[in-house]
Design a protein around this ligand. Structure first.
Ligand code: NAD
Length: 335
């Protein structure tokens, strides 16, 4: 049985823990949060025998788990993943992998130097709708241009509830790095290799509460010659389903609204396997079980991680370049 630990028993931890209790041959052996009561609540709900820690390094040293799930504020991801990797421990890392270019390099080097592997929590890559759109886009000759938008509602109370939110130093940015990174990742996955980005960011509705953007628009150019226009905001009046539209090389148009697919405006049916969805916020998607199951299967088989660090670094590099583009009013090439 694989022995699993989790760091950060906040909002998303329940998705990880309820996925883990559904899987065979894994046991949750330790939980860590500086707010001890959060770790205890998680233990009482998901893992009666788990040890409780408030210091994650102590937990890694004493428990030496086979894998650790990291679900903490963004600024801690790089340091915590590197600490686990330096002990040869496998990591399931929540998005974003980190908050700067320097940290991306540090993480990739740490994984290379370790016997441990990192899988990143881009669970929406495994939504049945995502897989169906990928297949359809390939069958349509690939994407010529794409547009996507994330229009969610996060009021001041959301940002004020947890100290790390809405601050460049601890969240690493605003809507792009937190709420919109999943959709940006999907759009890039459908379209190809990005080569440059021109962007504008703004704080339209949260002045005085956050020091990062609540809204952004990006024009992304791809190696294939494709272009994509991406918009995101947390200043919308509700959490609308994400919207994505792909104009394909063969003239066909694929639309993805939430989990609904349309081909040239007509509903497009696709298979949804049963039993893999989790209750919880709709905007978080339903893919945690699929992703986490694949992570442990890949560890068992010794195969490539379902979401590698390198692939998860791509949307992060695009949005970090978007911040530089907006600050300097230039188009930023991507390496
Ligand atoms: N994949 C998804 O769809 C999805 C959805 C929501 C959140 N997330 C990501 O999950 C992560 C956590 O988000 P959240 O909404 O659960 O935040 P949260 O603030 O609710 O939870 C974070 C937890 O980490 C704990 N923590 C802080 N410092 C720590 C430390 N030094 N050691 C151990 N624990 C520490 C906090 O006390 C808190 O309980 C973020 O990276 C976020 O972007 C991903």
């Amino acid at each position: 049985m694989r022995r699993i630990a989790l760091i950060g028993c906040g909002a998303i931890a329940g998705n990880h823990l309820s996925a883990l209790v559904r899987l065979p041959d894994v046991g949750i052996v330790a939980l860590c949060d500086p707010i001890r009561s959060r770790a205890e609540t998680a233990r009482d709900r998901y893992a009666a025998k788990a040890a409780i820690y408030t210091d994650y390094r102590k937990m890694l040293d004493e428990i030496s788990p086979d894998a650790v799930h990291i679900a903490t504020p963004h600024y801690l991801h790089c340091e915590m993943a590197c600490e686990a990797l330096s002990r040869g421990i496998n990591v399931l890392l929540e998005k974003p992998i980190c908050i700067s270019e320097e940290e991306i390099e540090r993480l990739i080097a740490a994984e290379k130097a370790s016997n441990g592997k990192v899988c990143v929590c881009f669970q929406n890559r495994f939504n049945p709708a995502t897989l169906a759109v990928r297949e359809l886009a390939d069958a349509c000759g690939g994407v010529r241009c794409a547009r996507a938008s994330v229009t969610w509602d996060r009021g001041d109370a959301y940002y004020l509830a947890d100290e790390w939110r809405g601050k460049k130093a601890t969240e690493g940015g605003g809507v792009l790095i937190n709420q919109a990174i999943h959709e940006l990742d999907l759009m890039i996955g459908f379209t190809g290799t990005p080569v440059s980005v021109s962007a504008k960011t703004a704080n339209h509705a949260h002045a005085g509460t956050i020091d990062v953007e609540d809204s952004a628009e990006l024009l992304i150019r791809f190696e294939s010659g494709a272009t994509a226009f991406f918009t995101a905001t947390t200043a919308f009046g509700c959490d609308a389903p994400n919207f994505e539209e792909l104009y394909c090389q063969n003239g066909r148009r694929i639309t993805l609204i939430g989990q609904e697919i349309y081909l040239d405006g007509t509903p497009y049916p696709y298979d949804v396997p049963d039993g893999l969805s989790l209750p919880g916020k709709e905007c978080w998607g339903v893919g945690h079980v699929r992703l986490i199951r694949r992570f442990y299967e890949a560890l068992d088989a010794g195969t490539e991680m379902p979401v590698t660090l390198e692939s998860a670094a791509v949307p992060l590099r695009v949005l970090l370049a978007a911040y530089r583009s907006s600050d300097r009013d230039v188009t930023v090439p991507l390496k």
